[in-house]
Design a protein around this ligand. Structure first.
Ligand code: PLP
Length: 368
C-alpha cells in the first residue's frame, strides 16, 4: 500500500454534492468576477478570524504583497522575516521593492525567535512579517510590543495556520493585517489559487481593495497604481463550502498529531514537534527532527511512505536571493534544523491504519 502525502480524491468524495451545488449556483448567477460569492466569503472568513474586513485576492503571495503595500511599504524600506519559510513570503516582500532582512528562529519550534528581532532592526525597518509556520502561532505578544516600540507594521503570514490560536484568539487578528493562502493543500484550500487579506483597519481594507483591482474607485477610474489580483467567484463559492468543515478538519489533524507524538515521542534519536502552551497548533505539517533524516526518508520511501522536507534550503542560501548578501553561518538555528526536519503524512484523510504503518516503519528504522 502506498501512503501519499495528500489525499485529494478522498476530500472531493466527501464534498462532491455540496461542490456540485456551489457550481450550479455559480452558473445560475452568471457573474464570474467580484460578485456575491466573493463578498460572502470575505465576510465569513474575516469573521472566522475575528477581523472586521476580508479582501479576496488571487493567491497568498499577492495577499502578503498587497497587505504590505496597503501599509505604505515601498522601495528603500526593510521588512524583517524568517529564512525558513515558503519562498513566496520573501518574493512578496521583494515585489513591494522593499528589502527582506532575516531574523533567526528558535530551533525547537522552528518559529521566529522574538529575542533576536533587535539584531535585524535598522532605521529603514518598516514592517515585520511573522510566519505561523507548520500551523503554530509565533509568540505574538512580545513581537507586537517590539513592533510598537519601533513603529513597525506587522503583517502576519497565516498561509499555514487557518484557525490556529494564540492566547485564545485566531491568528490573523494580531497584526495590522494578515495574509492567507487557499492553495489546494493548505488547511483551507480552493481548487486552484486563491488568497485573502484580513484586517481590522478600514484604511488598510480600502487600500487593499484598490490594489487588487487596478486602483479602481469607479469603472475605469483609478487613483492608485494597482494590479489584477482578484479572488474568483468560483473559488470563493468552493471555499465557502469548505470553511464550514475547517474546524472539524483541524481537530482531525490534531488527533492524528497526538497519536504520532504519543507513539514516536519515546524514540531517543527523534524529536516530535514542540508546541507552546499558549498556542493551539493546527498541524498544517507534522515536522519531526532527527540527525538521520536522509536515511530515514529513503527507508520510508522504500516502503512507499511519502514524506517531504519543509524546507530543504533556507531562503538566505538560495541562488535567487544571493544578491541579499547572506552567507552560511549567518542564521545558525535556521541552518541547524534544515538537515534534520522531515514532514510526515498528515491530513484529515489519513486513516488510522495508514498512520500505524508509518509509525511502525519509523519505529523499526530506529531499532536497527
Ligand atoms: C503557501 C504559502 C504562501 C504562498 O501562498 P500562495 O497562495 O501559494 O501564493 C506564503 N507563505 C507561506 C508560509 C506558505 O506556506
Amino acid at each position: 500500500m502506498e501512503i501519499p502525502f495528500i489525499n485529494v480524491h478522498r476530500e472531493y468524495d466527501e464534498l462532491k454534492d455540496s461542490i456540485a451545488a456551489s457550481l450550479e449556483t455559480f452558473f445560475a448567477r452568471g457573474k464570474y468576477i467580484l460578485g456575491e460569492a466573493v463578498e460572502q466569503f470575505e465576510q465569513s472568513f474575516a469573521e472566522y478570524c475575528g477581523c472586521k474586513f476580508g479582501i479576496g485576492v488571487a493567491n497568498g503571495t499577492d495577499a502578503i504583497q498587497i497587505a504590505l503595500q496597503a501599509c505604505g511599504v515601498k522601495h528603500g524600506d526593510e521588512v524583517i522575516t524568517v529564512a525558513n519559510t515558503a519562498v513566496p513570503t520573501v518574493s512578496a516582500i521583494c515585489a513591494t521593492g522593499a528589502l527582506p532582512v532575516f531574523v533567526d528562529i528558535d530551533a525547537q519550534t522552528c518559529l521566529l525567535d522574538v529575542n533576536k528581532l533587535k539584531n535585524a532592526l535598522s532605521p529603514k525597518t518598516r514592517a515585520v512579517v511573522p510566519v505561523h509556520l507548520y500551523g503554530q502561532a509565533v509568540d505574538m505578544e512580545p513581537l507586537l510590543e517590539f513592533a510598537q516600540s519601533h513603529s513597525l507594521y506587522v503583517i502576519e503570514d497565516c498561509a499555514q495556520a487557518h484557525g490556529a490560536l494564540y492566547k485564545g484568539a485566531k491568528v490573523g487578528s494580531f497584526g495590522n493585517a494578515a495574509a492567507f493562502s487557499f492553495y489546494p493543500t493548505k488547511n483551507l484550500g480552493a481548487y486552484g489559487d486563491a488568497g485573502m487579506v484580513v484586517t481590522n483597519d478600514s484604511q488598510i481594507d480600502k487600500q487593499c481593495r484598490l490594489l487588487r483591482n487596478y486602483g479602481f474607485t469607479d469603472r475605469y477610474i483609478t487613483v492608485r497604481q494597482g494590479y489584477n489580483s482578484r479572488l474568483d467567484e468560483l473559488q470563493a463559492g468552493f471555499l465557502q463550502v469548505k470553511l464550514s468543515h475547517l474546524d472539524h478538519w483541524n481537530d482531525v489533524r490534531r488527533e492524528l498529531a497526538e497519536l504520532y507524538t504519543e507513539q514516536l515521542g519515546l524514540i531517543q534519536a527523534l524529536r516530535t514537534p514542540q508546541c507552546r502552551d499558549n498556542a493551539k497548533h493546527v498541524y498544517h505539517l507534522y515536522v519531526i527532527q532527527t540527525d538521520r533524516r536522509d536515511e530515514l526518508r529513503s527507508f520510508l520511501a522504500d516502503r512507499k511512505i511519502c514524506t517531504l522536507i519543509h524546507y530543504p534550503l533556507p531562503i538566505h542560501l538560495q541562488e535567487a536571493y544571493s544578491g541579499l548578501g547572506y552567507k552560511p553561518g549567518d542564521l545558525p538555528a535556521t541552518e541547524s534544523v534544515t538537515g534534520r526536519i522531515l514532514s510526515l503524512p498528515l491530513n484529515p484523510w489519513v486513516t488510522e491504519d495508514e498512520q500505524l504503518i508509518v509509525i511502525d516503519a519509523i519505529k523499526s528504522f530506529f531499532k536497527r
